[in-house]
Design a protein around this ligand. Structure first.
Ligand SMILES: [Zn+2]
Length: 209
């Protein structure tokens, strides 16, 4: 719970700037639909001009009249659009070391350093493979082994080229640098591999219980 004035101080999920004072563009305590009422506020980032939309719940019912928010209204955040990288890429049942490498990768990606994020993605995948007793000479071979063992779906073989460069990152000073788009692709690949290796089996295990 917080008051409405504090909602403007937040991380920007567009550019990754942390705890910026956002400019309020619009707010409405009561947006009336056919079946329900909802409360929203819209902000723009002073750094990147990205617009963020926040859904809020008003704590005191007597404050929930139509109109714009005043600063003192107490609210709870329900959702933000766009979501943070962290919630967009949330994966369940990850072992702690894998989780740590992966959240480092997301943080470094958010800070705009794709090379650094690539190194953490490589470590994430290596740690993930070693939890399944796979630790080959290079990352691509490790993932091929996971596919052979049936732990990762065979379709990943077709997109392994996205991971080849990531596997070399940080090994030599002369490595070619990776662009944001390549690392984004490797990130999406990593998310799917982690879901295969940990989330799906973890969810199945819970279903059995
Ligand atoms: Zn921004």
């Amino acid at each position: 719970m917080t008051n409405f004035a504090q909602v403007a101080f937040r991380d920007c999920n567009w550019c990754g700037a942390q705890l910026v004072g956002m400019n309020q563009v619009w707010s409405q305590k009561q947006v009336q639909g056919a079946s329900k009422k909802r409360s929203w506020a819209v902000y723009s980032c002073p750094n990147c001009a990205g617009v963020t939309c926040i859904e809020l719940r008003i704590i005191q019912p007597n404050q929930a009249s139509p109109g714009t928010f005043s600063h003192a209204v107490e609210v709870v955040e329900i959702q933000e659009i766009p979501e943070s990288n962290r919630s967009r890429h949330q994966i369940k049942h990850l072992p702690q070391d894998v989780e740590d490498y992966f959240s480092d990768a997301l943080r470094i990606m958010g800070a705009g350093v794709p090379d650094g994020a690539a190194v953490q993605l490589r470590r994430t995948l290596e740690a993930a493979a070693s939890h399944h007793d796979v630790s080959e000479r290079n990352l691509v071979q490790s993932i091929e082994k996971l596919i052979d063992k049936g732990l990762v779906t065979r379709d990943f073989g077709e997109v392994l080229q996205h991971i080849r460069k990531i596997g070399n990152m940080g090994a030599h000073a002369t490595d070619e640098r990776l662009g944001e788009e390549e690392v984004e692709r490797a990130l999406r690949f990593t998310v799917q591999v982690l879901k295969n290796l940990f989330e799906v089996p973890g969810e199945l295990e819970e279903l059995k219980e």
